[in-house]
Design a protein around this ligand. Structure first.
Ligand code: AP5
Ligand code: MG
Ligand code: ZN
Length: 214
């Protein structure tokens, strides 16, 4: 199973990717998570990426394309992968096509999660993430059992730096301008399925699995 999860900030890409990891036993490749890891590690790439991410802008194509190219060649991607947050521009989509061709792999599906803008803002504002294991929560929709503490590892729950109101607005705009054209790009390739991402988390997951089975 080789798939792309497409959708605006807060659409539920990360949430559904984690469900799919458990269901199919294939890795989630989230460029956002990889970049945040690089920031945490203080690597030169992380330092450079942080400026773009804090502003809600996209990190330059060559940086993320390099990350994904390298990641797709690792052994755990042999049986498949879930791309979460990549590609995000037409040049990234073209670069991915070249990489997959070189690796003799083909995409099976592109799932586009469709969610109203107002709901997206509310999801991002209420999102909390475990500092230690990366598990995701929402203050209203998926609250932890204990306030501020991860159910899985007891780590501290934190808010992402780019989940501030004005940065959220920028990220939405960047999505509309640079990423939304990928919906038609993949529709034209016959790979796109749109999923109503306004349903609750498990209903969205069910729908994705139905599409992937078909
Ligand atoms: P990235 O980390 O990819 O962020 P994003 O695309 O903005 O998406 P999010 O992670 O915010 O949302 P999500 O769709 O994963 O939603 P989630 O499942 O968490 O990128 C961050 C930055 O890195 C970018 O701005 C850019 O700078 C850089 N970057 C990354 N990739 C790049 C690339 N390819 N090129 C260039 N730059 C790149 O859900 C959100 C919340 O809603 C959670 O709290 C969740 O619990 C809740 N929720 C989820 N589903 C539902 C539901 N159905 N109902 C109710 N609540 C729900
Ligand atoms: Mg995410
Ligand atoms: Zn945790």
């Amino acid at each position: 199973m080789k798939l792309i999860l497409l959708g605006p900030p807060g659409a539920g890409k990360g949430t559904q990717a984690k469900m799919l990891v458990e269901h199919f036993g294939i890795p989630q490749i989230s460029t956002g998570d990889i970049l945040r890891g690089a920031i945490k590690a203080g690597s030169p790439m992380g330092l450079k990426a942080k400026e773009y991410m804090d502003a809600g802008a996209l990190v330059p194509d060559e940086v993320v394309v390099g990350i994904v190219e390298e990641r797709l060649q690792q052994d755990d991607c042999a049986a498949g992968f879930i791309l979460d947050g990549f590609p995000r521009t037409l040049p990234q989509a073209d670069a991915l096509a070249v990489t997959l061709k070189t690796l003799d792999k083909e995409l099976d599906a592109v799932i586009s999660l469709v969610v109203d803008t107002e709901a997206l803002v509310a999801r991002l504002a209420g999102r909390r993430t475990c500092r230690d294991c990366g598990a995701g929560y929402h203050l209203l929709h998926e609250p932890p059992r204990k306030d501020g503490i991860c159910d899985k590892c007891s780590g501290e729950l934190i808010q992402r730096d780019d989940d501030k109101e004005e940065t959220i607005r920028n990220r939405m705009e960047v999505y509309q301008q640079q990423t939304a054209p990928l919906v038609d790009y993949y529709r034209n390739l016959g790979l796109l399925s749109e999923v109503d991402g306004m349903m609750d988390i498990s209903a969205v997951g069910q729908r994705i699995l139905e599409i992937l089975k078909a």
